[in-house]
Design a protein around this ligand. Structure first.
Ligand SMILES: [Fe+2]
Ligand SMILES: [Fe+2]
Length: 257
């Protein structure tokens, strides 16, 4: 049995901000419990967007960093890529005057319309739909069963920026952008966390993402990946096993696969 008081809430994590490219900022804090960073991405445009809010315990520090770039009232879209507390536990951002929640159509149907005290006012997107925020143009890519069945990713077409959620993540407190091949540690993380039930949908999605030729990949944990080394990560996904084999967040369960 786990007592709630023994579960750490990441409220004392230091958070840093770095501009990655073209008005896209990474706001990241390293969590010792899980050994990963939680990354939020702020896209400064006529209608700014925040992708992921971080867990609720990190809210104040993330908010401070957002305000270094834009006044909070200017924040227009807050997007989460699947229903999990590190993706959008900081829903407090929705209190800012002009913020609207953005999610996948499945997140909308499964999670935003059936819970007590969950905001129902949101905009949902389906395969290949586009949201323009000024100079930037965000294409929505449905990625079912790449982690969760409501999962999606976002591709910003003008800067060729791929927001890949929990695909291509790496452990550790690494620098904002990497040109190194950290894909072996990515595999170790996936095998120890058990976030993918099966390799097949992940590989199908990876093929599609390769065809987009992103200039920069923005995973939710770890460094942003420079496009020049992206193929190292996709090759690793295509040629290795990494799906769930009975271990969830480092703990074994006796599930027979
Ligand atoms: Fe996740
Ligand atoms: Fe995540």
């Amino acid at each position: 049995m786990r007592e709630i008081s023994k579960i750490s809430i990441p409220k004392d994590i230091e958070v840093e901000i770095a501009e990655i490219h073209d008005g896209i900022y990474r706001i990241a804090g390293f969590d010792n419990t899980f050994g990963i960073t939680f990354n939020q991405f702020l896209i400064d445009d006529e209608k700014p967007m925040l992708i992921h809010t971080g867990p609720i315990g990190m809210y104040n520090k993330i908010e401070e960093k957002v305000k270094e770039v834009i006044p909070l009232e200017k924040l227009t879209y807050i997007s989460f890529l699947h229903f999990e507390s590190d993706e959008w536990g900081g829903m407090q951002f929705l209190d800012s005057a002009n913020a609207k929640l953005v999610c996948s159509d499945l997140s909308s149907k499964l999670n935003l319309t059936g819970w007590y005290n969950i905001p129902v006012d949101h905009i949902s997107f389906w395969e290949n739909e586009i949201l323009k925020t000024g100079k930037k143009s965000f294409r929505f890519i449905m990625t079912p069963h790449v982690h969760h069945w409501d999962s999606m990713m976002i591709f910003e077409e003008n800067t060729k920026s791929l927001f890949s959620s929990d695909l291509f993540i790496q452990p550790g407190n690494n620098k904002p952008v990497t040109t190194e091949n950290l894909s072996e540690s990515m595999l170790t993380l996936y095998r120890g966390a058990g976030i993918f039930a099966n390799e097949a949908p992940v590989r199908k999605t990876t093929e599609r993402l390769q065809n987009l030729s992103p200039k920069m990949v923005f995973p939710m944990h770890g460094s942003c990946i420079d496009g020049s080394v992206f193929s190292k990560y996709t090759d690793t996904i295509m040629n290795n096993t990494f799906a769930y084999e009975g271990i969830l967040l480092g703990q074994r369960v006796e599930t027979v696969i």
